[in-house]
Write a protein of this length. Structure first.
Length: 104
């Protein structure tokens, strides 16, 4: 597979990883759009939100709760943004499910 996020997850490509567990890897965006800009990436390769199935509901819920934890840990729980870009037309550059966590 040629997915850059899969390569980061496997440790084949370096990234500034701030968190990892059995389901997710969180790392700094290489082209940040805010002072704090992390990507919360599922270890499971799902192309986008459009490819989610009902069985993935728990995964997505955990992803959002992880974003909440990261925001607290980073001291930005009082104000941050979460973004899913869905498809190239909306700016999804990597075809692997990920959630942007950004704060000024």
């Amino acid at each position: 597979m040629d997915c850059i996020f899969c390569q980061i997850i496997k440790g084949e490509v370096p990234a500034d990883i701030i968190y990892r567990d059995r389901q997710f890897v969180v790392f700094k965006d290489i082209k940040p759009k805010a002072r704090l800009h992390f990507l919360i990436v599922s270890r499971c390769h799902i192309v986008s939100v459009n490819d989610l199935k009902s069985k993935d509901a728990l995964l997505v819920g955990k992803m959002i709760l992880l974003a909440q934890k990261i925001a607290r840990d980073q001291g930005v729980a009082g104000g941050y943004q979460l973004h899913f870009n869905v498809g190239r037309g909306a700016g999804q550059l990597v075809e692997h499910l990920h959630l942007h966590l950004m704060a000024a």
